[in-house]
Design a protein around this ligand. Structure first.
Ligand SMILES: [Fe+2]
Ligand SMILES: [Fe+2]
Length: 266
């Protein structure tokens, strides 16, 4: 099973950039399934109906979320759709709309996608992602699912590495998101789980995590809230991970970091 995973899609430039290169990347890697983190898809925070439809119709098969997932109200309805192709972090307290994990059919195979949110420096009082992981993996519904992919949306590298070791040997891959900065530690852990601390961002290259750089600098200089604008210029960086996963064992046989610049015509 050949899977492409893209880090946080940041606003309209992120959406446009990804959709522009996606057909070529799918061809290049012979991809069976495409996952992307969508928490910043709509003007930098949240998911609207329009951007959800644009990305799903444009060739992304499944979306994960993060701390910004609730920023646009309509996400609750999208998450509650029976065939929703999006999940939100599983460790929100009970009662949150939608689901934090889903079994997805890819041809004759089934894969599990889990989304979890970290707790360190996140300004949220989430349920424990480690214990939530155990709870999900113990579910009877997963008995014959070999391919299990986790998006761990977290700030602290220590928490990400620790969860990686915690699930090592129990899942196919744990891919970190949220920091918008790709890390160079993609590797197979001792018990054969693929791990990377952060997949990186899909958004404007000359920006501060996808945000207009002048606004971001002003905020640091003044220490006062400023009107943060989504950066718009003509080069978008696409960051992600390609994985080739064995159908029978669920193990990642081969992986590659995707790092590509795309020029938008605007
Ligand atoms: Fe993000
Ligand atoms: Fe985030």
């Amino acid at each position: 099973m050949k899977i492409l995973f893209f880090g946080d899609i940041m606003g309209k430039p992120g959406r446009q950039g990804l959709l522009k290169v996606l057909p070529d990347l799918k061809l290049k890697y012979n991809a069976d399934f495409v996952i992307a983190n969508g928490e910043n898809m709509s003007h930098g925070a949240g998911v609207t109906n329009a951007s959800y439809n644009e990305i799903i119709n444009g060739g992304v098969d499944f979306l994960t979320g993060g701390n910004h997932i609730w920023a646009k109200q309509e996400i609750a309805n999208i998450l509650e759709q029976k065939d929703a192709k999006i999940i939100r972090p599983a460790n929100y307290p009970p009662g949150a709309p939608g689901s934090g994990w889903k079994i997805v059919e890819v041809g004759v195979y089934k894969i599990l996608v889990i989304n979890l949110l970290g707790r360190m420096f996140m300004k949220k009082h989430m349920d424990c992602p480690f214990r939530k992981m155990d709870e999900i993996l113990a579910d009877d519904a997963l008995e014959d699912i070999k391919i299990k992919i986790i998006d761990f949306h977290a700030e602290a590298t220590a928490e990400k590495v620790a969860l990686g070791y915690y699930v090592d040997g129990r899942v196919s891959a744990l891919i970190g998101t949220h920091t918008h900065i790709a890390t160079s530690d993609a590797r197979i852990l001792p018990k054969k789980t693929f791990y990377v601390t952060d997949a990186g961002m899909t958004g404007v290259k000359e920006s501060v995590l996808g945000v207009n750089k002048e606004s971001a600098i002003e905020q640091f200089l003044t220490q006062r809230p400023v009107n943060i604008e989504i950066s718009e210029n003509d080069t978008v960086c696409i960051n992600g991970i390609f994985m080739d996963i064995d159908y029978n064992t669920g193990l990642v046989k081969k992986f590659e970091r995707i790092e590509k610049d795309v020029i938008l015509e605007i």
